[in-house]
Design a protein around this ligand. Structure first.
Ligand code: URA
Length: 237
């Protein structure tokens, strides 16, 4: 990879800014000061330093965010704040995007990455990755809803969903539930409850496959996945 591309990817500015760094003799490759930004480096073998600090190359980045309400899970939006707007500069240059979508008012687990292959694996319909949601429902959720969801329900557009596993945590005028589904149709949880005459008033995603939301992350904050978490979402089988 060209040195200027390598450094731009690792967050040292635009190619033009990187050129300036090179001009000011801030960059060394294998202990030799670099004069030419078109120099090629082997990302994982050559030792690149900026003002003496080694730059450890990383191609992909994996972030877990606790999505707050009122923010859209898109990379750009003309009206609303996006989850990308919540990222600091030190990760933004990796060009991450959310894996799948949560509605503007939905909170909880959202993964962001620039790894297209992983995105594909996690979203592939035949992988049946379970997603677990906690929800508050305006209406009394009853055992027959569990039964209905376990057979799949018919949504407003006639689509017959795959089975969902519904757990009632409390049942009353406002009920609390957990629902595990393997699909991600538009507004799926909300529409599944509509199909049994009830309204979702609060929705939070708790997990995706074996990866659970870190509840110590405040809404709107994020962190890189740990290695253990990264292993859990690979879905290579
Ligand atoms: N189902 C919904 O209705 N909304 C979400 O954001 C996610 C799942």
């Amino acid at each position: 990879m060209r040195l200027d591309k390598f450094l731009a990817h690792m967050g040292f500015g635009t190619r033009r800014e990187v050129k300036e760094l090179i001009k000011s003799k801030a960059i060394q490759v294998n202990d030799v000061v670099v004069k030419d930004s078109s120099l090629h480096v082997k990302e994982t073998e050559d030792v690149v330093t900026v003002y003496g600090d080694i730059v450890h190359y990383k191609e992909f980045i994996y972030l877990m965010m606790n999505k707050p309400p009122g923010v859209v899970s898109a990379t750009e939006d003309s009206r609303d704040q996006t989850v990308i707007d919540l990222l600091d500069d030190d990760v933004r240059h990796f060009d991450v995007y959310p894996i799948g979508r949560l509605d503007k008012d939905t909170v909880g687990l959202l993964l962001l990455t620039n790894d297209g292959a992983l995105t594909h694996r996690l979203l592939s319909p035949n992988k049946d990755v379970p997603k677990v949601y906690f929800a508050k429902i305006d209406g009394v959720v009853v055992d027959s809803d569990i039964e209905a969801f376990s057979n799949g329900v018919i949504l407003d557009d006639g689509y017959h969903t795959k089975p969902g596993i519904l757990t009632i945590l409390s049942s009353g005028p406002v009920s609390e539930i957990e629902l595990s589904i393997t699909e991600g149709k538009f507004h799926q949880v909300k529409r599944m409850f509509e199909s049994v005459g009830k309204t979702v008033v609060y929705l939070k995603r708790l997990s995706m496959g074996a990866l659970k939301l870190d509840e110590s992350l405040a809404e709107g904050s994020y962190r890189e996945l740990t290695e253990e978490e990264w292993d859990k979402i690979q879905m290579k089988k």
